[in-house]
Design a binder for this molecule. Sequence first.
Ligand SMILES: Nc1ncnc2c1ncn2[C@@H]1O[C@H](COP(=O)(O)OP(=O)(O)OP(=O)(O)O)[C@@H](O)[C@H]1O
Length: 248
Amino acid sequence: MLELQRLAKRAFNQEPSKSPYTFCNITKTIEQAERIALIGASGQGKSTLLRTISLLNMPDEGEMSFDGVAFREVGPRNWRKQICYVAQQAVMLPGSVEANLTISSKLHGRSFDLKLAERLLQTAGLSGLDLKKNARDLSGGEMQRIALIRALLLRPKVLLLDEITASLDTVNTKAVEQLLAQWHADEGTTMLWVTHELEQVTRTCERVWFMSGNTIMEDSLATAFFTRPSTDAGRTFIGHHVSEEVQP
Ligand SMILES: Nc1ncnc2c1ncn2[C@@H]1O[C@H](COP(=O)(O)OP(=O)(O)OP(=O)(O)O)[C@@H](O)[C@H]1O
């Protein structure tokens, strides 16, 4: 349903035709309800790829289509109604938590589903939160969960999750994973999830895209990638993480 064809983005802040690729040659099809973990070393372009798929950055080369419609025909605003990016650093809009939760429904002309919002807040461990509180006074972890719930309330077809549990403790990380697992079971939302926590991959995703050499070097079932990566880069990546985890 989401097709990427020879997608490429060049490095920022340089003359486009001369700058090196941040990522290139990405041709992939993502079916509805797939959950894919996007992993790889720092600086490989994982966040930039997510931001490009959500049209927060425009691709320099290649095509993307969703349900057969090219992104150029739809325009960024309508594209992002279907394909929603949740950032690593949650951004709260001015005003209360409630205003943050209702804003996207208003912007997209949809009615606000209060019951659903309350259920999501509860599952995310935020049932006691005062919705009248200024959103910018929340803790980093609270902001992160509100940003996620704000995205879910739009009921996008594809969720692009960028290290969304990096600022959460273990309990709240599990709460968010559970929230997304339930959401996936109920809604069949496709997820592309950047994470550095390899155990999280095995808990949350069936498929892995491993980025290396500024492209997707391996695309496989998560179980296959972790037991037998098919490239030297994949083996090195896994070996590095395993040796890091066994160190005191
Ligand atoms: N807004 C920006 N302006 C300039 N350069 C950028 C910008 N965003 C990303 N980059 C550069 O693009 C490259 C890829 O960065 P990106 O954040 O996509 O990598 P990543 O794989 O997600 O890394 P990490 O795992 O550390 O988050 C890096 O060299 C980074 O410095």
